[in-house]
Design a protein around this ligand. Structure first.
Ligand SMILES: [Mg+2]
Length: 173
């Protein structure tokens, strides 16, 4: 159950205290796409996300869209948001996590994942030993494949509440 608990929990990518991540020595930010950066059914991202990523790059972060979606879906976001990408990541499997550390020549202590799903983003990140940040999903409208995950996730949230005192909407750093 410990693998399901995020290191940080925030409302959205806009409320994350990035300076705190910086102070922890984190330089590589792996962002989930669907329901983290953009609602799962949308084909474009908001201009505000582009501004945020621009600011993050100015602060010295490397920003990567780290998604389980196919490259065909991820590529337009990568182009518009002017950040690099990795599609078909198969989170929570570890192969792509390892690939990212190698590609960006960094280590797990300097890397964070930011995502909306416990079973892919948070479990994968915790297993990889990187810093994990959970955000609320942007919409409840999900891909069919994630419905089952959401059902299981509900049960996990209940257990996290009982065992760790984790509550949805009770944000922490
Ligand atoms: Mg997601």
């Amino acid at each position: 159950m410990k693998n399901y608990l995020p290191n940080m929990y925030q409302e959205s990518i806009f409320t994350i205290p990035y300076d705190t991540l910086k102070e922890k020595g984190i330089t590589l930010l792996l962002f989930d796409l669907d329901n983290t950066i953009t609602p799962a059914h949308m084909k474009t991202a908001e201009e505000t996300v582009k501004q945020l990523f621009h600011t993050l790059k100015e602060k010295g972060f490397t920003v990567v869209i780290f998604s389980n979606s196919p490259n065909k879906r991820v590529k337009p976001f990568s182009t518009f948001l002017e950040v690099s990408m990795n599609g078909l990541s198969f989170k929570p499997m570890q192969r792509s996590f390892k690939k990212m550390l190698k590609k960006y020549n960094t280590d797990k202590k300097s890397t964070a994942i930011i995502g909306d799903q416990l079973m892919t983003d948070i479990v994968g990140g915790n297993k990889a030993g990187i810093y994990t940040v959970l955000v609320n999903p942007l919409t409840v409208k999900d891909m069919i494949l994630t419905w089952y995950n959401r059902y299981k996730e509900k049960k996990i949230f209940e257990t996290l509440y009982k065992e760790q005192g984790f509550e949805r909407g009770k944000y922490y750093e």
